[in-house]
Design a protein around this ligand. Structure first.
Ligand code: URA
Length: 464
């Protein structure tokens, strides 16, 4: 077997065998296959696609490329959550603590930014001292002791995805359904949780631009999860404009703290409560009748997630009960306290939660102002994501460093009225030229029109 034959086979529309997929994954992970051949195969896959069997095999080969975590020693249903990637998507920083504060065991493995989308690991790295690199034993011990841990991909877990992900990021091969599904699900399966909530982003600022693609990706990932015995639910959510107002690492951590303090933007607050609600359902100890967490095994609803069959009355009732609990955790400050505990446990400075000014924001700030009056009709999320990347908040090459304080802060969202000269957004960067260039891109991302636009639907579908 050799790599050139595999590339040519896929380039010409052939179906790869399980052995060929394993050969590529093993060889590339070991460094025996060079970047240029791996890039060529990824581009061939991008154009020719993988069928379902190939996607399952790629997922499995990547899952087996390193260690897998066995969380079975930890009691209760362990729930993971993953977003397919969006602009301004800091939900993990909110949803994880909310769900954990409601008694859900959250074992979360997160990724770095990819393309124009941000990554949870980069956001957490902007917290002074916070470590996103954990060995499996430490990860498990923390999940056991405080109910939540958020780690990056260690070198030992799905190292194949780590390498392929970084290569896709810089070779224009991110937006492929099979590559996204296998990347996400290989990590989720290796990370060992019993249940998985997938936030599948849909719209201009997501890899899936339309609902039918988002639904197909959701179904593939749910099938992969279920075939591995993990309860998997996909929530398809809007990404036609950035989520919340902050885009960029430290800016997003600051906004997550705002949300958990009860004064964050409405869209991200609402979505976080919904996702946490689904996690609470899947956590399996929700009493859907009363909307309270069962405190003992006798009251626990066994596998409450089983009620989550799309759109049934029970599903809606169970999710609503989960959301009500998440809301209580938000209102009582229990979610914020859990974030503080998480930061402290992973070596970070927990006082950032009480004083977010300890998060360093870049010095150069350039305002983007409206020329005319009207309503914000559109904010092109992908353009904002790219502008944020250009401030230094994201990577252009896989070895690039990140400017954690850089990014974009929106002051107006879709539906807001604007007057001429009003500030639409502020761009932050450590570099004045980058800030000016990104400000022009941010301006081009706004469309101001005369009439009030229809508001986008935040949650478009739930698939299980
Ligand atoms: N998130 C991932 O983990 N992988 C992808 O390919 C896309 C989003």
């Amino acid at each position: 077997m050799n790599m050139e034959d595999i590339i040519i086979k896929k380039r010409d529309g052939g179906t790869l065998t399980s052995d060929e997929i394993k050969y590529f994954v093993k060889g590339y992970t070991a460094g025996d296959i060079p970047d240029y051949q791996a890039s060529a195969l990824l581009m061939a896959i991008y154009f020719q696609h993988l069928d379902k069997a190939e996607t399952f095999q790629l997922t499995d080969a990547m899952r087996c490329s390193g260690d897998t975590i066995d969380l079975s020693g930890i009691s209760g249903t362990k729930v993971d959550k993953h977003s397919t990637g969006g602009v301004g998507d800091k939900t993990t920083l909110i949803v994880g603590p909310l769900a954990a504060a409601c008694g859900v065991t959250v074992a979360k493995m997160s990724g770095r930014g990819l393309g124009f989308t941000g990554g949870t690991v980069d956001k957490l790295d902007s917290i002074p001292g916070f470590s996103t690199s954990m060995e499996p034993a430490a990860f498990m011990a923390q999940v056991e002791s405080i109910g939540i841990a958020v780690t990056g991909q260690t070198g030992h877990i799905t190292p194949a995805d780590k390498k392929i992900y970084a290569l896709r990021d810089v070779t224009g091969t991110v937006e492929n359904m099979s590559l996204i599904a296998s990347s996400i699900m290989s990590k989720k399966l290796a990370a060992g949780s019993d249940a998985i909530v997938l936030d599948v982003k849909c719209g201009g600022g997501a890899f899936m631009k339309n609902l039918s693609d988002a639904q197909e990706l959701s179904r593939i990932m749910c099938e992969i999860g279920e075939s591995a015995g993990r309860k998997t639910v996909a929530v398809i959510t809007d990404m036609s404009q950035p989520l919340g107002c902050a885009v960029g690492n430290a800016l997003e951590v600051r906004e997550a703290i705002d949300v958990l303090s009860g004064h964050g933007p409405a869209d991200i607050t609402e979505l976080s409560l919904r996702l946490a609600g689904v996690m609470i359902c899947l956590g399996g100890n929700l009493d859907a009748g009363t909307g309270s967490m069962a405190t003992s095994g006798a009251n626990a609803v066994p596998n409450a997630g089983a009620g989550l069959v799309d759109g049934t009355a029970l599903a809606r009732q169970a999710i609503d009960a989960g959301v009500a609990l998440a809301r209580q955790a938000l209102d009582s400050g229990a979610g914020l306290a859990k974030l503080r505990e998480l930061i402290a446990a992973q070596g970070g400075d927990p006082t950032v939660v009480d004083d977010p000014s300890k998060l360093t924001i870049a010095k150069v700030a350039v305002d983007v102002v409206a020329d005319g009056a009207g309503y914000v009709c559109e904010i092109d999320a992908e353009r904002i994501g790219i502008a944020s990347q250009h401030t230094g908040a994201g990577r252009a090459r896989k070895e690039d460093d990140i400017d954690y304080g850089a990014g974009v802060l929106l002051h107006k969202k879709v539906g807001y009225p604007v007057r001429p000269g009003e500030v639409l957004a502020t761009v932050y960067s450590g570099n004045a030229h980058k800030a000016e260039a990104a400000a022009a891109e941010v301006k081009a991302a706004f469309r101001i029109g005369e009439g009030k636009p229809e508001m986008p639907i935040l949650i478009k579908d739930i698939i299980s």
